[in-house]
Write a protein that binds this ligand. Structure first.
Ligand SMILES: CCCCCC/C=C/CC(=O)SCCNC(=O)CCNC(=O)[C@H](O)C(C)(C)COP(=O)(O)OP(=O)(O)OC[C@H]1O[C@@H](n2cnc3c(N)ncnc32)[C@H](O)[C@@H]1OP(=O)(O)O
Length: 305
């Protein structure tokens, strides 16, 4: 319990035990083509991450803009963590919405080109960056809502699973899931743990083996996402949801969150070095490189047709 409290205290870098009353500006927040209100401030933009913090509501929106498909490259993840750390330190920010600035895709997951034909040193840095990103989002004391506005396979799904609540556009063309086996690769244990924590043992057993990508209705049915909304209601619903969560005193919520997530985080932290070695060794294999190469060709060929 003491370590949970310590973890929670660390997480409680955001404002504690305060209630945010100003929910009134949410009605301005309408669509995924989001117009930031005049009260927005601390806007920061890196080349791949756009952040807007609304000082009235305490809600920050972090948008991915890494065309064409928001793949999680080493550069993207590095910029993500820098932007994230800034928000974590900002006491006026109580919650973060993760969404995409690109149409039709939330995130295509890990950048395959960072795993294919790169040096072991590069892949080590790449995997460390992913671990870092996950630890920050999954372990955050802020409320984190995923506003999923498009495809969200593999690492994109992990990103969503790391949030406290997932809202997805109600559109059967958008798919989400842990599809790694389809690429001939194996999602690490902590991807699986996040999925299992969310959809349960049996569903994750089926899901990770078959590499199932679920459409939005299926994802809702199995609990992979919490809510479906029309496209033009995505950001307003995410903001309204966030503001409802703000009614819970931060400190109590943060300790509860840390308590629930502690085992999964501790397991990952304990296996962190081995996980890096495993990834680099695995992706060194000729057979894995071949699978990744074929998958990239398939993606490109699909476009050519
Ligand atoms: C021991 C550990 C082992 C390793 C475990 C690692 C775990 C891996 C987790 C992962 O995240 S692996 C990545 C999995 N991602 C996918 O399977 C998604 C693949 N992409 C798609 O299905 C589609 O691109 C999309 C996201 C549904 C979007 O479709 P759309 O039709 O809009 O776009 P495309 O024409 O397919 O693609 C455009 C452009 O982007 C390139 N691209 C797509 N995905 C990736 C990617 N993940 N990484 C790098 N590049 C990607 C695609 O090839 C096209 O390129 P160009 O032809 O324009 O050059």
């Amino acid at each position: 319990m003491a370590s949970v409290l310590r973890q929670a205290a660390r997480l409680a870098s955001s404002r504690c035990l305060t209630q945010l009353s100003a929910a009134s500006s949410t009605s301005r927040l309408g669509a995924s083509s989001y117009n930031f209100s005049p009260s927005s401030r601390n806007a920061s933009t890196s080349s791949t991450i756009k952040v807007q913090l609304d000082s009235n509501t305490g809600v920050a929106i972090m948008m991915f803009q890494n065309p064409p498909v928001n793949s999680m490259s080493l550069d993207f993840m590095t910029e993500f963590v820098i932007a994230w750390d800034k928000l974590e330190l900002d006491k006026s920010c109580r919650g973060i919405i993760l969404t995409s600035a690109l149409p039709n895709v939330f995130s295509a997951g890990l950048d395959i080109m960072d795993m294919y034909g790169t040096t072991p040193e590069h892949r080590t840095a790449f995997w460390k960056a992913l671990q870092e990103l996950w630890l920050k989002v999954y372990g955050s004391g802020k409320i984190v809502v995923a506003a999923i506005n498009g495809a969200s396979p593999a690492g994109g799904c992990l990103m969503a699973l790391s949030c406290d609540y997932r809202i997805m556009i109600d559109n059967p063309k958008y798919k989400i899931g842990i599809n790694e086996t389809k690429l001939g690769i194996v999602a690490p244990f902590w991807f699986k743990d996040c999925l299992e924590n969310t959809v349960g043992y049996r569903m994750s057993e089926m899901s990770v083996q078959y590499g199932i990508l679920y459409n939005s209705a299926e994802a809702l049915k199995i609990g992979l996402v919490d809510q479906l909304v029309p496209e033009d209601k995505l950001i307003s619903t995410a903001t309204e949801t966030m503001i409802k969560w703000f009614a819970i005193p931060d400190y109590a919520r943060q300790i509860s969150k840390a308590m629930v997530r502690k085992a999964t985080m501790d397991k990952m932290l304990a296996g962190r070095e081995a996980d890096i070695t495993n990834f680099v060794t695995f992706t060194n294999k000729d057979s894995i490189q071949k699978s990744l190469g074929m998958y990239m060709e398939m993606l490109k060929g699909r476009k050519a047709k």
